[in-house]
Design a binder for this molecule. Structure first.
Ligand code: ADP
Length: 168
């Protein structure tokens, strides 16, 4: 009981702090297949962020397309959609002050060969097309990616909204 009440207390404390944000972190299919889920979660936990929700999820093509809609004109886009839908991903909502920018730092540069040692991609990956983890790039996208857009909610096909509900 002690641990769970501490956790409830922390959740409420974090939610009431100024500047608290939420970000969407996703272990991509290569990260799940390589057994890196624990390692990745551990880095965010050790930093001091709060895990608000988590689920293992097979991403349907339409949702992958929605998630990466800003990249649809890029030459690598078809490969990216294949990659993200190639196996289960682990979807997570993490909360904390400044968590969006800090998570991006913990994750490292998009190209793992350019990511600093000590970052997740810098330590664990070599290819841009297999870079093990996603993190929201702004607080607005963090909110949208965790909660889902109005249209996604209406169509009841958001993955991230369900993570959040499961923690309430
Ligand atoms: P980030 O994930 O670091 O925010 P982007 O939003 O630019 O990076 O790209 C989204 C994802 O698309 C990347 O994480 C990577 O998986 C993939 N990607 C980006 N650029 C390339 C590329 N040149 N070749 C293959 N995949 C890419």
């Amino acid at each position: 009981a002690g641990t769970s009440s501490t956790r409830v207390f922390l959740t409420h404390l974090v939610a009431s702090m100024d500047g608290v944000e939420e970000t969407y972190i996703m272990v991509k299919p290569d990260g799940v297949q390589r057994g890196l889920v624990g390692e990745i979660i551990s880095r965010f936990e050790k930093k001091g962020f709060l895990l608000k929700g988590l689920k293992l999820f097979q991403c349907p093509k339409e949702l992958a397309e929605e998630h990466y809609r800003d990249l649809k004109d890029k030459s690598f886009y078809p490969k990216l959609i294949n990659y993200i839908t190639s196996g289960p991903v682990v979807c997570m909502a993490w909360a904390g002050v400044g968590v969006v920018a800090s998570a991006r730092k913990l994750i490292g540069a998009t190209n793992p060969l350019q990511a600093e040692p000590g970052t997740i991609r810098g330590d664990l990956a070599v290819q841009t097309g297999r870079n093990v983890v996603h993190g929201s790039d702004s607080p607005e996208n963090g909110h949208r990616e965790v909660v889902g857009s109005g249209r996604e909610r209406q169509e009841n096909r958001q993955w991230k909204g369900r993570i959040r509900k499961s923690t309430k």
